[in-house]
Design a protein around this ligand. Structure first.
Ligand SMILES: Cc1ncc(COP(=O)(O)O)c(C=O)c1O
Length: 351
């Protein structure tokens, strides 16, 4: 099976640049960005700073580097970062907060990747030299392991007030911030105004092949620039990929509603399948988590069967599966996924 006739729902990172995006990339003006001389990267950085309501922004190769340079720029070794126990920086960035910044993580529980201002207040360490110094709070919006959930802006505002009382910084892992904005009809600044640093990814739902950015004050971005170099992320004629990111910001934001509608339709269909279970209302954006009843086998066995039929999803627990909608899956792909799922999980009694 070639990748062209596969419905690949493993992640929204699997998208390939469209012909128009490739054209924009092929004709991008480039220069040496380590000397700040790449006009396309400079344009992207200005655009991102404006979009996120910050003084400056910097283009980096990945979402992990965006988060980790922002963390390094705002912490000292021995300090502690408050983050949700399902956070991306905790699970999926190779232990980087410890490895690159020398920080420990204080993990908070909470439904769907979210915690409250009271949880934060209770987790802040007293000013006693026995303890690590709490210095940063990281919030992920939308929350990946939380099922693409969207943070309540009012709770973020309450957390900001606690952070201010204690002199803490706040970082937003906004890999999928635009999904939250489109789903809620919110402006990026409705969220970003509460944060000292914000990361955003172009190669998730936005469909560019490479890259992320960090936005903040000019002084903080100067520090992020230093750590980008230290971590090996200084790129030279990076404008060729930054052009894909600029194209994505221009053309692929509003269409995220289609991904959300596709995810919702998949969730509604799964709810009717006897051997599947899902909380349909938990699907707010483009990420769908569902459980497979043991009578239908394991999540891995289901995904193996789906794989053979050209519908790719990820088993992420013994009975739990993840499917993510994106630019390269149209409504017809969702029809096909539903049809193939019904062969294992059963069709609804009546339609
Ligand atoms: C919420 C979140 N943050 C950060 C990242 C890291 O992005 P990258 O894979 O580009 O390092 C991801 C990747 O999927 C993510 O889902």
């Amino acid at each position: 099976m070639t990748s062209d006739n596969v419905v690949d729902l493993r992640s929204d990172t699997v998208t390939k640049p469209t012909p128009a995006m490739r054209e924009a990339m092929a004709s991008a003006e480039v220069g040496d960005d380590v000397f700040a001389g790449d006009p396309t990267i400079n344009r992207l950085q200005e655009r991102v700073a404006e979009l996120l309501g910050k003084e400056a922004a910097i283009y980096v190769p990945s979402g992990s580097m965006a988060n980790q340079t922002a963390i390094r720029a705002q912490t000292q070794p021995g300090e502690e970062i408050i983050v949700h126990e399902d956070g991306h920086i905790y699970h999926y960035e190779g232990g980087a907060p410890a490895g690159l910044s020398g920080c420990s993580l204080r993990l908070l529980p909470g439904e769907r990747g979210q915690f409250t201002a009271d949880d934060v207040r209770a987790a802040i360490r007293p000013p006693d030299s026995h303890y690590p110094l709490t210095s940063l709070i990281v919030i992920e919006n939308t929350h990946n392991r939380g099922g693409g959930s969207i943070w309540d802006i009012k709770e973020i505002a309450r957390i900001r007030a606690v952070a201010d009382e204690h002199g803490l910084k706040m970082h937003l892992d906004g890999a999928r911030l635009m999904n939250a904005c489109v789903a809620k009809g919110a402006k990026p600044t409705d969220y970003t105004k509460y944060f000292d640093t914000v990361s955003i990814c172009f190669s998730k739902g936005l469909g560019a092949p490479v890259g992320s950015a960090v936005a903040s004050t000019e002084a903080t971005i100067r520090r992020v620039h230093r750590f980008r170099k230290m971590f090996g992320g200084g790129m030279r004629q990076g404008g060729i990929i930054a052009a894909g990111a600029l194209y994505a910001l221009e053309h692929h934001v509003d269409r995220l509603v289609e991904d959300h509608a596709n995810a919702r339709r998949l969730a509604e269909a799964l709810a009717g399948m006897p051997a599947g279970s899902i909380e349909v209302d938990s699907v707010e954006t483009n990420i769908v988590y569902f459980n497979v009843d043991a009578s239908a086998g394991t999540a891995k066995a289901l995904c193996d069967r789906l794989f053979e039929a050209g519908v790719w999803m990820l088993p992420i627990g013994p009975q739990r599966v993840r499917a993510v909608t994106h630019l390269d899956v149209e409504a017809a792909g969702i029809d096909r996924a539903i049809e193939v799922l019904e062969r294992t999980l059963g069709a609804p009694a009546a339609r």
